[in-house]
Design a protein around this ligand. Structure first.
Ligand code: FES
Length: 187
């Protein structure tokens, strides 16, 4: 699935982040398919990322009409081009995001990284909840832990830009959070 290039830049809010963003020049969006959990679609976004050290990345993941209106989560993998002084590492997965459309115009986003220890969360076999296969944590589709989950918090919600959502575009601020703690802390 090919997608158009993001039309708006990421909004830097500090010098370090600005520097980080200045390095992220060439953006390519592509559609490499990977295995998907039951009930989830997937699209792959290829975006440049010069570092794994912190920072956030505001990215367009979908149009609202790409998302099922029945609330079924759809998984978007984020693949970055990582560079250091000598080497370019293309297509390095840096995470993935579940998008859920609720009703006609609301969209919620969750990082698929389990807050317990960072494993990738799937959708369970009957398609009724998020499930982490590593230590059997379970989360309802609102991201809240359920049952005897060992995860110290629910799935990490990510910001969806409300102004662009009104225009039908789903832009998400991708952030990584610390695993194993009760509070949602950026890393
Ligand atoms: S990493 Fe998900 S439950 Fe342990």
């Amino acid at each position: 699935m090919n997608k158009s290039l993001p039309s708006e830049p990421i909004e830097p809010d500090d010098p370090e982040r600005r520097q980080f963003l200045e390095k992220t020049v060439s953006i390519v969006l592509g559609g490499a398919m990977v295995s998907v959990p039951v009930g989830a679609g997937i699209a792959t976004l290829l975006a440049p990322l010069s570092s794994d050290k912190g920072g956030s990345l505001k990215i367009r993941l979908a149009s609202i009409e790409d998302l099922p209106s029945d609330g079924t989560p759809k998984l978007y993998q984020i693949v970055a081009e990582k560079k250091d002084a000598w080497t370019k590492y293309p297509n390095k997965p840096i995470g993935s995001v579940f998008l859920r459309r609720i009703g006609e115009s609301k969209v919620v986003a969750f990082s698929s990284s389990c807050p317990h220890a960072g494993c990738s969360v799937d959708i369970d076999s009957d398609g009724s909840a998020f499930f982490c296969p590593c230590h059997a944590s379970s989360f309802d589709f609102d991201g809240i832990t359920q049952g005897k989950s060992v995860s110290p918090r629910g799935l990490d919600a990510l910001e969806v830009d409300p102004d662009l959502l009104v225009k039908g575009e789903v832009w998400v601020t991708f952030v990584k959070f610390k695993a194993g703690v009760a509070d949602k802390v950026e890393v």
